[in-house]
Ligand binder design. Structure first.
Ligand code: PFF
Length: 467
């Protein structure tokens, strides 16, 4: 087990890649991406997303990993070491990770609970997917009666405990080991579901849709939504990749690894698209496609109901989500734990347990605000004050403010203050190649910060009704 003085390191190259890809591949890939791809005209969205990952995702990934490995510190420590004036960038990242952890671990608990539901009462869930989901969150849709969502909270607690257990085993002994099993398992389940979905009668229409490019569905909103999706999906703009980079050996080629991590994350998102879209076309029809929690927990029940041995595929699907969610949530918490231990001198194990309890407790607000208790928090943007439910407010705070501002600060800092040359030096350690440095230099100075600034302004100008 790592102690505070000796810095942890990834034990193997593949271990690091799987852990970083595990962080990136999460709920975002599986339940958000397919719905966005459908709304964005299938193939047209895939092309745009791919371009965004290449032009913005990869350079920011290279930047974060390089900063982490150069300073060998947590996110806030890194920025403070490089330039005291930019410590706030790290703060945005760590606070963002903290808020995400609060709700992400609860959603992870819902996933865990659904695995059990599909095993023990699959036919009940599938008979009325929406009703079951509402009931799970504590409301009777017909009468409006509400109750405390005890089951959802208990499973969130179990999820948080599993998460803490893995982290307590340390960076290489816990995170790396878990991902070495979890990520291959995730790919196996993806392939099984891919074959199942694409052999359903009627799936061909969905496949055709994903390969066709309906450019009429693309507008400026599509770009913004794809950009936000790419950042969240790649785990950028938070404390994660800097922290993961800080455990990376000097022998590793950061540029190559960034392409691999971004490539794996995008591959999983595309595969999820090619599972969900054809499966929904074949069973519910194209109108059935949606995104987010309501879609993943409620609408998909109809898909499983319509296929033979649906409950079994339900279990497999939520198992896939569980692996995806766990490998991401451990990374989010690692970023926070590394900060508390290094900057405040806290003991690693105590920090993990303390953070788990605090995040679980705050996350209860996320879960109960969904349906059972009416909790709203004011949100201020260019359109005025609105009152989203607490759960949505937490997501707005991270997706619209903390994450993009952190990423923006990183680009400005590296592009204009610290200098891309330092990133080049870090990438080129041990004679590693960074053939596209000139392109990187241009992207990180101009394209990335401009694109991120546009996301921030756009999301503050559109109001809270648009997601
Ligand atoms: N990238 C993960 C997903 O797509 O679900 C979520 C995530 C992980 C967000 C780690 C943030 C993070 F730091």
């Amino acid at each position: 087990m790592e102690n505070n003085k000796e810095r942890a390191q990834w034990a193997s190259k593949i271990g690091f890649i799987l852990a970083a890809a595990g962080s990136a591949v999460g709920l975002g890939n599986i339940w958000k991406f397919p719905g966005k791809a459908f709304a964005g005209g299938g193939g047209a969205y895939l092309i745009i997303y791919l371009l965004i990952v290449l032009l913005i995702g990869v350079p920011v990934m290279v930047t974060e990993l390089s900063i982490g490995r150069f300073t060998r510190k947590n996110t806030i420590g890194s920025f403070r070491t490089l330039d005291k004036r930019f410590g706030w960038v790290g703060w945005f990242g760590v606070v963002c990770a903290f808020v995400i952890l609060c709700y992400y671990s609860h959603v992870g608990g819902w996933v865990l609970s659904y695995i059990v539901s599909y095993i023990t009462e699959g036919s009940t869930v599938m008979a009325d997917g929406l009703g079951y989901f509402y009931g799970f969150l504590g409301i009777d849709a017909a009468t409006g009666a509400t109750w405390f969502p005890t089951r959802a909270i208990i499973f969130a607690f179990i999820f948080v405990a599993i998460n803490a257990f893995i982290l307590l085993k340390g960076v290489s002994g816990g995170i790396e080991k878990f991902n070495k099993v979890g990520m291959p398992a995730l790919f196996v389940i993806l392939i099984i579901l891919l074959v199942r979905a694409n052999t359903l009668p009627g799936a061909a229409e969905g496949i055709k849709y994903m390969f066709s490019c309906d450019w009429s569905k693309i507008n400026s909103g599509t770009f913004i939504s794809a950009l936000g999706q790419a950042f969240f999906s790649l785990s950028l703009g938070m404390a994660i990749m800097i922290t993961y980079g800080s455990y990376l050996k000097k022998e590793e080629n950061i540029s190559k690894n960034s392409f691999i991590i971004c490539g794996l994350d995008t591959l999983v998102a595309f595969l999820a698209g090619f599972i969900i879209v054809p499966a929904v076309f074949a069973t519910l029809g194209s109108e059935g496609i949606g995104k987010g929690g309501g879609f993943a927990f409620a609408s998909l029940a109809g898909v499983f109901k319509a296929m033979p041995a649906g409950a079994l595929f339900g279990v497999l699907f939520y198992l896939l989500l569980l692996f995806a969610a766990l490998s991401s949530s451990i990374s989010i918490q690692e970023g926070i734990v590394a900060f508390c231990c290094e900057e405040w001198g806290w003991k690693r194990n105590k920090t993990i347990i303390f953070m788990s309890i605090v995040c679980f407790a705050i996350g209860i607000i996320y879960t109960i605000s969904q349906a059972s208790v009416n909790i709203t928090i004011p949100w201020l943007d260019f359109t005025g004050v609105s009152h989203p439910i607490a759960g949505d407010w937490m997501e707005f705070l991270t997706d619209r403010l903390l994450l993009p501002v952190c990423a923006f600060g990183e680009c400005i800092f590296v592009g204009w203050i610290w200098g891309p040359k330092h990133v080049q030096e870090e990438v080129c350690q041990n004679d590693a190649k960074f053939a596209w440095f000139k392109v990187y230099n241009f992207l990180i100075k101009y394209i990335c910060p401009i694109a991120i600034a546009v996301i921030i302004i756009y999301s503050f100008a559109t109001g809270t009704t648009v997601s």
